[in-house]
Design a protein. Structure first.
Length: 89
């Protein structure tokens, strides 16, 4: 959401990130990146990450479909998105 308040532009962001990154790492990255554009962090709110148990039947089924479609053996939650992109290319 974007709004103005007392002559300032207020931008809310919802950042999703890979589970292998910590909240602390991402908070530092957001703050450093924003500062590079002259923005200041006013309020940073964290929500806990969401990860489904790899043994969940839905995850097992999606993994099976993925393996069939790509004719490869992917392991659940073990690769970063960049590693998966490299494997698929």
């Amino acid at each position: 959401m974007v709004r103005t308040d007392r002559g300032k532009i207020i931008q809310s962001i919802n950042l999703r990130y890979p589970t292998e990154n910590s909240q602390e790492h991402m908070a530092q990255w957001v703050e450093e990146t924003a500062a590079g554009y002259g923005w200041e962090k006013v309020n940073l709110k964290y929500n806990p990450g969401y990860l489904i148990d790899p043994e969940d039947p839905r995850i097992q089924r999606m993994t099976k479909i993925c393996n069939q479609v790509w004719n490869r053996r992917f392991e659940i939650y073990t690769k970063s998105l960049m590693e998966l992109d490299e494997m698929i290319d």
